[in-house]
Design a protein around this ligand. Structure first.
Ligand code: LER
Ligand code: MN
Length: 281
């Protein structure tokens, strides 16, 4: 098992902003470098960034970031928040040409950073507009998964479908549903993620991990309300039970903490220590 941490900054709840680095965060490039270095220094095995944090950089800034990774001897293995809300994937305003241009740039940059996995949560982009026909929305979703396959295969990465919760979007709200869609889509570069925060928020049983085991390629962890694992949380997630499930199905992939971390070093370290202890119990 390898433990990682999502670098907060650009939002991990895509509908909260347009996936662009926040102005008040200072220079986004320098923030990014500082954040990546800090998480590795804390002791994480890998770091997870938003796709936007590299896709939104100017070409010069992106080259600077790539050079920084090389100099540090680091790669960024996982990227989340694949598609910002400016590229709706369902509904009447889907613009496939724009989506493809974005995917080509975004996936190529992910690959250049050493990325192996891209997480397709993107709750706002994949939301079915109110009143839009369900079947048509489904068709568009499967069409988007075809595009995922096309660009993931082109650059040699995989895309994981992320089941979310009903506050964030209105399709793929359980690991079971994600698994069924994964199976039907049947693309060699498209897989599945389980996020215990969304499962807990929707009241989905961890038994779904058994159901979806053969599709799982990534895991996110946070307690309810995105509380840091191990911090006080009323009626929160039973991480021991969640990890037991992962162990039971033989999951040996990556697990990322995905929480707001106002004190990056301190907060991320606390999560890592708790997680290691819970896993090794
Ligand atoms: C959003 O709630 C989330 O869990 C992220 O991983 C989205 O990509
Ligand atoms: Mn997640």
């Amino acid at each position: 098992m390898r433990f990682g941490c999502c670098l907060p900054g650009a939002s991990f709840v895509p509908q909260m902003n347009d996936n662009a680095p926040k102005k008040e965060a200072g220079n986004p490039l320098e923030e990014l470098k500082r954040g990546v270095k800090a998480l590795f220094d804390v002791g994480y095995d890998f770091v997870e960034l938003t796709v936007g944090s590299v896709a939104n950089l100017s070409q010069a800034d992106f080259e600077d970031f790539s050079a920084f990774l090389k100099k540090e001897g680091r790669v960024v293995e996982v990227f989340n928040s694949f598609v910002p809300p400016v590229y709706p994937l369902l509904g009447d305003s889907v613009d496939e040409e724009k989506i493809e241009n974005y995917l080509d740039l975004a996936v190529s940059r992910v690959k250049e950073c050493g990325g192996e996995i891209i997480i397709f949560g993107s709750g706002a982009a994949r939301r079915r507009p109110e009143g839009f026909p369900v079947e048509k929305g489904e068709e568009q979703l499967y069409r988007f998964l075809e595009l995922c396959e096309k660009y993931a295969a082109k650059y040699g990465v995989i895309v994981c479908i992320e089941p979310l919760n009903s506050k964030e979007t209105n399709i793929i709200l359980s690991v079971r549903e994600g698994y069924d869609i994964w199976k039907k889509a049947n693309h060699p570069h498209v897989w599945l993620l389980a996020d215990c925060f969304h499962m807990g928020t929707e009241g989905e049983s961890f038994d779904s991990i058994n159901y979806a085991a053969d599709a799982l390629k990534h895991v996110h962890i946070a307690d309810l309300n995105r509380v840091i694992p191990g911090d006080p949380c009323e009626n929160g997630i039973d991480f021991a039970a969640f990890f037991e499930k992962l162990r039971e199905v033989g999951y040996t992939g990556r697990v990322s903490t995905e929480c707001p971390l106002p004190n990056l070093v301190e907060d991320s370290r606390r999560s890592l220590l708790f997680t290691l202890e819970a896993w090794n119990k």
